[in-house]
Design a binder for this molecule. Structure first.
Ligand code: FNR
Length: 180
């Protein structure tokens, strides 16, 4: 069996270290895992329950469909002021009512140039995902500190220890996606 993983970066930045890490993860993924990058985060409108009816915004419908079709999700987030970037939280707020993350195998990475690796955002994101009933994978969380030193000018991951951590996380995610 093949597993389809939807990868979501919490940063809209062109040269986002979090997006680069997800690209690295896609290359490190086991052979039976297909990692697709979600590209629509910047187009998700501000969440408003009043417009979350039978005909949600097209960008939201696409996000929901991509989550629905995925066997698991892999989110990589920066930390903004000690929390999850608004754009990412905003997108997740659209999913509370529709429920595509319920029982969905999920792994979470945070990355930051700081020593903490965005651990506060990671923890906050985990709380949100748990409340949304996502199936957080055992061993499926990694905080990557000092990330700027672990990517080269082309955005490639050059740190072997981090690559190994990502590989373990991906294996755990694949295992969970297989069982579910
Ligand atoms: C940051 N940054 C940051 N880093 C951190 O470790 N803890 C924090 O609370 C914050 N807060 C914060 C707020 C804002 C508005 C910005 C723009 C940045 C630094 C952040 O980790 C750094 O810019 C990363 O490179 C962002 O991730 P991407 O865009 O490289 O994926």
């Amino acid at each position: 069996t093949t597993f389809r993983i939807l990868a979501i970066s919490g940063s809209l930045r062109n040269r986002s270290s979090n997006t680069f890490l997800l690209r690295a993860a896609a290359e490190l993924a086991p052979g039976n895992m297909i990692v697709t990058m979600y590209e629509g985060l910047g187009g998700i409108p501000p969440f408003n329950p009043d417009i979350d009816g039978d005909e949600p915004p097209a960008s939201v419908a696409i996000l929901r469909a991509q989550l629905q079709a995925a066997d698991g999700v892999l989110i990589c987030t920066p930390e903004y002021a000690g929390g999850v970037p608004g754009v990412l939280k905003n997108a997740l707020d659209w999913i509370v009512s529709s429920g595509e993350l319920m029982n969905k195998p999920a792994a979470v990475i945070s990355a930051s140039p700081s020593m903490t690796g965005g651990a506060k955002a990671l923890e906050s994101l985990l709380l949100t995902l748990k409340i949304m009933s996502a199936a957080i994978v055992d061993g499926g969380t990694v905080a990557v500190p000092l990330v700027s030193a672990k990517l080269n000018a082309a955005g490639e991951l050059t740190d072997d220890a981090t690559a190994q951590q990502l590989q373990i996380l991906l294996d755990a995610l694949a295992q969970k996606a297989k069982i579910d």
